[in-house]
Design a protein around this ligand. Sequence first.
Ligand SMILES: NC(=O)c1ccc[n+]([C@@H]2O[C@H](COP(=O)([O-])OP(=O)(O)OC[C@H]3O[C@@H](n4cnc5c(N)ncnc54)[C@H](OP(=O)(O)O)[C@@H]3O)[C@@H](O)[C@H]2O)c1
Length: 242
Amino acid sequence: MERTIQNGRACWILVGGRQRLGRVLAEDLARDHALVLTSSRPWGDEAWVNGLSKTSGVRTLQWDAENPDLVSRMMADMDTLEADGWFISGAILLAGSFPEDPLGTWTPEALEATWRLNLSFPFLCAQALAPRMAEGACLQILLDTSVHRPWLKRLPYSAAKAGLAALVPGLAQLLAPRVRVVGHALGALLPDEGSDGSFLAGRTLLKRLGDPEDLCRAVRYAAESPFLTGEILTLDGGRRWL
Ligand SMILES: NC(=O)c1ccc[n+]([C@@H]2O[C@H](COP(=O)([O-])OP(=O)(O)OC[C@H]3O[C@@H](n4cnc5c(N)ncnc54)[C@H](OP(=O)(O)O)[C@@H]3O)[C@@H](O)[C@H]2O)c1
């Protein structure tokens, strides 16, 4: 049975829930969930978070992939949440970066930096969250359509996401039947500033960019599909078939 917090809402944690897709998801999920949002930076007095707090419970945490004390920090935060009656029934791992690392620029430091945030950090978050998630919970991880066709100027990033593509079915086996694990291989939904939206749209079967709403629907679908685990849903407008 799903355990919920005091106001009767299921409680979800969004790792990287402050900006871009994380914020869109937070605003959508706050309609019917209590939320824990993490960011790498300290939280201030943010109007949009205050707005969410009026309709839904919101907690904010600082989880920084660069923090050498990250693991103990996450454990302590999870202890506090549990002690306060926040039982996690959904988690989404969003944090990442999208660095260009072309062949010829690779150094141990640059590779480690890309993999620390895009690979090690989701592994560590999953490890911290998994034992604390309520029975029937769903852990969702954001990947990239590069798991099907790597970005050639971003091979280290693509390799990190390919690592997460192994994490999804592996973790699903380790956590079953208590917790389900689902990945989302995203095409361009919110392209970086300066990227050519119409070029990216042209490289899909559907000839459009994705919309953050597409992700909101997929996340809700995964959460509400109790026979779904270990799968990666591709949400890329058919980019991988071109
Ligand atoms: N946007 C797209 O179209 C798209 C396409 C394919 C895949 N994806 C995947 O979807 C996810 C979300 O993408 P996005 O474009 O919304 O955001 P993003 O720019 O890839 O980054 C997500 C968040 O990671 C957090 N972050 C940065 N450095 C961090 C650190 N040192 N420790 C912990 N967190 C850190 C940042 O939040 P704070 O600064 O608040 O910490 C940032 O908002 C990513 O995993 C991305 O790879 C996105």
